[in-house]
Design a protein around this ligand. Sequence first.
Ligand code: 8X3
Length: 277
Amino acid sequence: MIVYGSNIKEILFNLCCVGRPYIWKMKKMACVTGATSGFGKAIALMLAENNWDLCLCGRRAYDLKEVATLCEEKGARVWSKVVDVRVEEEVIHFVSDMRTHFSSIDVLVNNAGLAVGKDPIQNGLTEDWDRMMDTNVKGLLWMSREVSRWMIENKSGTIVNIGSIAGKQAYPGGSVYCASKFAVDAITQSMRFDLLQHNIRVGQVCPGAAETEFSKVRFKGDEGIAANVYQGYIPLSAIDVAEAVCFIISRPAHVSIHDITIMPTAQASATVLNKAQ
Ligand code: 8X3
């Protein structure tokens, strides 16, 4: 019988788990929210390639299953569940279920987020505002609270929030999306203070223009307007963002990266782009 582990504590734990196949802890485990597409999918696949086990959640069952299967094909142990992070009970149950499958958690990537609409304030729709604030702010808060309690018990962990250049610079038509990402920036900084004494690292990755489903969702399915956002320059890809996340979580235990702002070379600010004429 071979029992794996990188230190004596882990080897002993894994020894105790022999014959209890539903508790997994032989490799590091990361939880990624919004894992069905875009950044979340790229992060999950990159982690699987780098020998991580995964807990994944997202709203679309079919896409979630597909991402989970792709990660399993890369050798990861994956547990996934359909979760809408806008619903507090779903988040609470997700984390408590996760704890029955894994003995500890090493990383939380708060990726679930979206922009809906780009209307000026006077034309804004309450339902768009609710979707953005509930997903980008409250969902991230609930997930962080539940997971950080678990990390505190283990006295270690890393939380990476997906922020945005929109969380550093406001722009026209972005009042609520920008507000939600400014909130992510503030929450990231505050959580770092709260969790400092518990040896938990907190950082964020703030991308500029990245070609994913982001603009299709923002412009409510209008593919023409969405495609135009990325024309005339090379935008970031989801892989570029996943690499930044993987860089943060792969630093030695004594190194904490607080913030990576990552932009296309053709983008100097939230609104200034060097587009081909
Ligand atoms: C980044 C995208 O368009 O707000 O979140 O800069 S954008």
